[in-house]
Ligand binder design. Structure first.
Ligand code: ME8
Length: 638
């Protein structure tokens, strides 16, 4: 019988629509799920949304709507995005669902029945972080901020507590006996040293928050959002439903995949709750790294959110999936920019797969009438190359080293390229015609490519399907057995088509998008025209200033972009503007311009721009707004 494999992502807060961090997490979980499916495992892949708590309550209040209305709207965005990104989750849990509440109550009931004093009513004073919705130990508070820089305040509350202190030793023992419980090792070390300091009891109810699950037997309290949220992993399996075959089958989870910031909740609180309730612990908590922007974590609270919808809409889900899996070394942090995406996409051997495919298809068309050649071959350098890379690749997938798995795949693609160069099928055809040697040669190329497509299928499922069907293979044949040499049929019909990885014109794309490299996604419905006007307060948020261009030069390899140092009264800053088709750098120096001074920095063709120069656009051609030369640099414009 197939082995059950249960993988979950964190459930994402619905106070905002998903950003690249959430996308990455779901893509990584999807790659793992697809890999295990093709290994023959019985996979259950869960994702969902965390809908209770103060953050959601406040975001909804700000908009003047009910929390559930906000949640419904954001959840719709989740569903749309996961579909676009081809996320193959088997279920989607919302913490506002009845089945979830049943699971939470069952967990609390089991704790209360098994170890009655594990939950008690008590009062507690300490540093409370509203952003994280948790009390922060004194030694982690500096200048009224927690370790992540969120503000904390002294708070006293009478709450239900969970006797977490009782689990210090059992948890340490569990980490010792199961060193793979937290992955990677650095995250385990952090968890162990946190627990070694001794655990304090955890407040598990709130009275200040109304938007939550009422505490059983005391509806003045709602259940602490983390206790509520963590239980999703079992409530989605029907835990608490009396008869729960799914829970019996899939629990304990094989992997909880979460960002490194919330490993502690999953590796300390969650196993302690489960121990107390007498339930098995998950097998592994895996912490991935953060997507950063200018070396800072991307997050709503920092206001530097990246949602690369442009990239996905324009180039498709698979290239984006490929990029995030290839660019980030699993477990480590990585900076995001649209430019990094394009550079990697254009420069990467991924495109080599497309090129090798079109060359091999062309040869099959020219020499073998658009069919796979008639003679297979069981002894050749490509077979040897495939047999070398496949075990390394499988190991890398098991190690969650996706970037290495992809690199390994490109070694096989490079081998195809070298093979064509050294065997010269073109001259062979000229000299000998479509003989058996040529048949073997081309078949070998197609067979190696078939294996390469199977290898990339968890990361680029649509491109893999397309590639396989073009070479006459079954698009669904992506099981692990398909990584063996010799499966491609002879005389199967081939199919041509557009390039699998069309080259991106980086300059054109980045310049077109220069003002909106990562635009936010609006989930609110478009306002009717008469209320689409902005208030004077909104306008005043834009800081317009007069600036003087002190120096200017063209950005290398760009026709449009000019890099300028402009003086703003109290200092100089660098601005990049797409005005190079109209102005020369020389005529800009000394000129006064109007700039938007409080824009977040953006990187254009590798050069940072700190602001934007105002220009009128006539059929896309920019004309700078002129300023009376007597107005000093730095003067505010309104
Ligand atoms: O933490 N890079 O929800 P969330 C990579 N509801 N991953 C990131 C990231 C970034 N810049 N920002 C966030 C919560 N994430 C809770 C989880 S689970 C029982 C409850 C990751 O919406 C983050 O680490 O803030 C987490 O794993 C996930 O996105 C959801 O974050």
């Amino acid at each position: 019988m197939a082995k059950p494999f249960y993988i979950t992502t964190a459930i994402h807060y619905v106070n905002d629509v998903p950003h690249i961090g959430h996308m990455y997490e779901n893509i990584a979980a999807d790659v793992i799920a697809r890999h295990h499916r093709r290994m023959g495992d019985d996979v259950f892949f869960l994702t969902g949304t965390d809908e209770h708590g103060q953050k959601v309550e406040r975001s909804a209040a700000k908009e003047g709507i009910l929390p559930i209305e906000l949640a419904d709207r954001v959840v719709a965005e989740h569903h749309r995005l996961w579909k676009t990104l081809n996320i193959s989750n088997d279920d989607f849990i919302r913490t506002t669902e009845g089945r979830h509440r049943v699971g939470v109550y069952e967990l609390i009931k089991r704790i209360q029945e098994r170890i009655p004093d594990d939950i008690y009513l008590g009062s507690h004073s300490g540093w409370y972080c509203q952003s994280e919705e948790t009390f922060i130990p004194d030694n982690q508070v500096k200048d009224k901020k927690d370790e992540s820089g969120h503000p904390v305040e002294q708070t006293t509350e009478t709450n239900y507590f969970f006797k977490l202190s009782r689990y210090t030793e059992p948890l340490l023992r569990h980490y010792r006996e199961n060193p793979g419980f937290v992955y990677p090792q650095t995250r385990l070390n952090e968890v162990v040293s946190f627990v070694e300091q001794g655990l304090r009891d955890l407040s598990i109810s709130r009275t200040a928050v109304k938007w939550g699950i009422p505490f059983p037997g005391n509806p003045d309290h709602v259940i602490y959002v983390w206790m509520d949220a963590l239980t999703n992993y079992i409530s989605a399996l029907g835990f608490g439903d009396g008869n729960h075959p799914r829970f019996d089958h899939y629990w304990p989870a094989d992997i909880h995949l979460v960002g490194k910031d919330i490993v502690r909740f999953h590796a300390v609180y969650w196993p302690a709750f489960l121990m107390s309730a007498g339930l098995p612990l998950p097998k592994r908590v895996v912490g991935h790294g953060w997507w950063l922007r200018d070396n800072q974590k991307i997050s709503k609270s920092l206001g530097n959110v990246v949602r690369p919808h442009n990239i996905i809409d324009e180039f498709g889900a698979d290239p984006f999936r490929y990029f995030v899996m290839r660019d980030m070394v699993f477990g480590q942090d990585q900076n995001y920019s649209d430019e990094a995406f394009i550079t990697r996409y254009n420069g990467d051997p991924a495109t080599g797969l497309g090129t090798a495919l079109s060359r091999s298809l062309k040869m099959s068309e020219n020499y073998f009438g658009g069919r796979t050649p008639p003679t297979p071959c069981d002894d050749n350098v490509l077979k040897t190359a495939a047999e070398q890379v496949v075990p390394e690749y499988l190991q890398a997938m098991d190690d969650l080293a996706f970037h290495r798995a992809l690199e390994t795949t490109w070694r096989l693609v490079a081998a195809v390229d070298q093979y064509i160069q050294s065997r010269q099928p073109f001259s062979h055809f000229k000299n000998h015609g479509a003989d058996e040697t040529l048949s073997r040669m081309i078949w070998n190329c197609l067979e190696a490519l078939r294996i390469a497509f199977v290898m990339v299928s968890p990361v680029m499922p649509s491109i893999a399907r397309e590639g396989l069907s073009r070479i006459g293979a079954d698009a669904d044949a992506i099981g692990v057995d398909e990584l063996k040499w010799g499966r491609l049929s002879n005389n199967a019909t081939l199919r041509g088509g557009d390039s699998l990885f069309p080259n991106i014109d980086a300059e054109k794309y980045l310049e077109k998008k220069m003002d909106e490299i990562t635009p936010p996604v609006e989930t609110t419905q478009a306002a009717p025209p008469d209320v689409a006007k902005i208030s004077i307060d909104q306008f005043m948020q834009t800081e317009l200033r007069v600036a003087e261009v002190r120096s200017a030069e063209r950005v290398p390899k760009s026709k449009k972009l000019i890099r300028m140092m402009v003086f703003t009264g109290d200092g100089e800053r660098q601005i990049v503007a797409g005005i190079g088709t109209k102005y020369t750098p020389e005529e800009l120096v000394g000129r006064k311009v109007i700039i938007v001074a409080n824009l977040q920095p953006a990187t254009l063709m590798g050069v940072e721009s700190n602001g934007m120069i105002l220009a009128a656009s006539i059929d896309g051609e920019p004309t700078l707004l002129s300023v009376d030369p007597n107005v000093p640099a730095g003067t505010k414009v309104k």
